[in-house]
Design a protein around this ligand. Structure first.
Ligand SMILES: NC(=O)c1ccc[n+]([C@@H]2O[C@H](COP(=O)([O-])OP(=O)(O)OC[C@H]3O[C@@H](n4cnc5c(N)ncnc54)[C@H](OP(=O)(O)O)[C@@H]3O)[C@@H](O)[C@H]2O)c1
Length: 318
């Protein structure tokens, strides 16, 4: 099978490519070439900007992919370009979306438009009633202004001449994670603090996470298995822990023997208070992917944490 992998030179894509190559697929990666990593030798490289896909349209059409894997589909405009180029070509799309499409995400960020939705969130749980969640935010993300995965999903899934699968990713962690999702807790463990304080609501809050290699395995599976066409799947490791359990799991792997203590917000130091509403869980149900495509996470939790802790510690100077 020929796979065009857009933006597969980054954190997640680097872990997807070997899975496709090992299964004998012919892979071309489209990227700008601004990252340090070039694609592996056995991958064809198409240099281009995904915001001006028409510039490399001829090369894309020559490659004639059976599957277009888009890891960096952020805006409606980008999606329209994909549709315009690949509609009716016989190719299908696998698009990476996010759990931030759910209405609970707005509630979590203190912008509730409804009471908390029951969790775990199935794929048909209510979506945000607002749009452009990062517009106006100061962040190091070039697409913050127009980012909206809800519009990406709707446009793709509404185009009958371009079959598509949508994967809603959880919080992804692992070696190479630029967001350093483990670091805040790990730093306190490395500093040998006796206690890690959590706000009471935070201690029982649940957020679905995914180790990067497990997420990559789900992405590769959706690329290789056409049974996912027309479906939206939540992706994530099972189980989804409470925040207290999550910290305790990290502690076990990191060899930290302190206590995780839940306290009322009023007793939390200012620097640990977060401007969020912990009643809104970001816990997604990942059973459909496991059932429909027989997805199994390849890396167990303790091993995933061990590799991530090791990687983080190399950056923490230990
Ligand atoms: N990390 C998480 O926790 C999380 C959670 C939910 C969803 N997601 C989703 O996961 C995806 C991000 O994956 P990732 O972390 O692997 O991305 P990443 O590390 O940012 O990598 C993206 C790659 O795409 C290339 N690229 C960026 N802009 C480009 C452009 N305009 N044209 C062509 N290539 C471009 C870059 O390579 P060059 O610089 O060489 O072009 C880069 O290596 C997003 O769709 C995000 O919404 C992530």
């Amino acid at each position: 099978m020929k796979v065009l992998a857009i933006g597969a030179t980054g954190f997640i894509g680097q872990n997807v490519l070997p899975l496709l190559i090992d299964r004998g697929h012919e892979v071309a990666v489209l990227h700008r070439g601004e990252t340090v990593q070039s694609p592996p030798e056995d991958v064809r490289e198409i240099r281009g900007n995904r915001d001006r896909l028409t510039d490399c349209r001829a090369e894309l059409e020559r490659f004639a992919p059976d599957v277009i894997l888009d890891l960096i589909l952020y805006t409606e405009q980008q999606t329209q370009q994909i549709v315009d180029i690949f509609r009716g070509t016989g190719g299908r799309v696998v698009a990476v979306s996010s759990g931030d499409v759910y209405r609970n995400y707005d509630g979590f960020r203190g912008k509730a438009t409804a009471p908390p939705d029951p969790v775990p969130l199935l794929e048909n749980a209510p979506l945000r009633e607002t749009r452009y969640p990062y517009r106006g935010h100061e962040m190091n993300f070039g697409y913050a202004q127009d980012y909206e995965k809800i519009l990406v999903e709707q446009l793709l899934l509404g185009e009958p001449a371009l079959p598509a699968t949508v994967l809603r990713l959880p919080a992804v962690y692992g070696p190479g994670d630029r967001q350093h999702r483990l670091r805040p807790y790990l730093q306190r463990m490395t500093d040998r603090q006796a206690q890690i304080l959590l706000e009471e609501g935070q201690a029982s809050w649940r957020w679905t996470r995914g180790f990067v290699e497990n997420v990559a395995a789900a992405v590769a599976l959706a690329v290789m298995d056409p049974r996912g066409v027309g479906h939206v799947y939540n992706v994530g490791d099972e189980p989804t822990f409470t925040e207290r359990e999550w910290v305790e799991r990290i502690a076990r792997v990191a060899g930290w023997g302190g206590d995780v203590v839940a306290v009322p917000r009023s007793e939390l130091p200012d620097d640990l208070r977060q401007p969020v509403d912990w009643r809104f869980h970001l816990w997604t149900d990942t059973a459909a992917l496991r059932f429909d495509l027989e997805y199994v996470s390849p890396v167990p939790l303790d091993e995933a944490l061990r590799r991530t802790v090791e990687w983080e510690r190399s950056g923490l100077g230990e």
